[in-house]
Ligand binder design. Sequence first.
Ligand code: TYD
Ligand code: MG
Length: 452
Amino acid sequence: MAKVKTTFFCQNCGTQFAKWQGQCNACKEWNTIVEELIQTSVKSDWKSPTSVVKKVAVPLRIKDIDSSKEARLDTFDGELNRILGGGVVPGSLTLLGGEPGIGKSTLLLQVSLKLPYKTLYVSGEESQKQIKMRAERINPDNSNCYILTETKTQNIFKQIEALEPDVVIIDSIQTLHSDYIESSSGSISQIKECTTELIKFAKETATPVILIGHITKDGNIAGPKILEHMVDTVLQFEGDRNHVFRILRAHKNRFGSTNELGIYEMQGTGLREVSNPSEILISKKDEELSGNAVAATLEGMRPLMIEVQALVSTAVYGTPQRSATGFNSKRLNMLLAVLEKRAGFRLGAKDVFLNITGGITVDDPAIDLAVVAAILSSNEDVALQKDFCFAAEVGLSGEIRPVQRVEQRILEAEKLGFSAIFVSKYNKISLKNTAIKIQMISKIEDLVGFIV
Ligand code: TYD
Ligand code: MG
């Protein structure tokens, strides 16, 4: 019988301590150190200890290392391929995080059902029947997808050795436990151990493994921060559960860029890839309404036309109300202050409500001008022409500042049939003969002239 030992782990950063203490030396958090049982005398490995393959690495001259492009496995999902940089890399570990109910299991089950390779979907959360019911909603016939409901890693590896799948999906890393460690599933030492075993398995057999991870209340992936360091790619699935749109982003990607973004729509039959998001995010209306403006933003590398709605009304109470959905409210206050100074907007006497449609949160500063235009339009109760759009940042002195990659935004607006786009005069634009009118402005007063 192996000797049982306990160690102390910080639940916040995963640092290990020999004894308990009140504050973690590494992350300076208080009361995060918890005792966990561990068993260290058995060497952890994904294969049974007798069959361990020992490979000895030898140093190679950098010019001798084979640099031919890593073959990637197509995931047969356009959005996922784009985010991963063209498909999953064999032997890589990908972690998909997201709030409960956002659709992580749905996304990966859907991907496994589409794959023409032998896929093993290991679930520690749902029964085979439940998964079958879900699969029937998505795409019932696929003979390459195997479902295993198991949480012990040693048993999972036994099944893997027998089945030899091309892709392994684990739902979720927090439900797994390994015999080599005695603490409960979901604890830091279990997550670390199970991930280590999975990494060894992935690297030795060149099988891509995709893990689902839970996130904590503040949006971080549950478990030690080192989990994110251990895996090759960290994807985050986000969105508002009350809205149908889901956004998939890469937070870390050893094999590609982290600027890419995928958009899905949750339907009754699973997640649908949205390849042209702008068309859905802009409401098609015949009437022109005051308080609406369209911004040409960029999410990652993708141009996205987003509708901004503002409502300005006379404040009834002493303190005017400010409310922003999908937009930073501090920035809204700043823009209102600029408007007060530059456009005679009586800030103290107005309630201002701002909403970015589609349940999307926008960080791109290029949305500023559309926010300002929507507020001015609602304040004056004059509708903007509905085929106008905006792409510029607004500075503290009311100057219209240039934004990056403005040409890409202009081309997207042109493609969607907008007749004019307002951009900063200081943006260098070399586009010629565009069907869309490029309106260059340098200060807020210029914009007021167009609206009022
Ligand atoms: P789920 O994928 O289980 O989320 P997670 O694994 O991230 O916790 O949940 C997805 C949600 O989407 C669930 O509330 C039901 C809903 N749903 C649909 O709207 N359409 C579908 O086709 C499926 C399978 C689920
Ligand atoms: Mg799930």
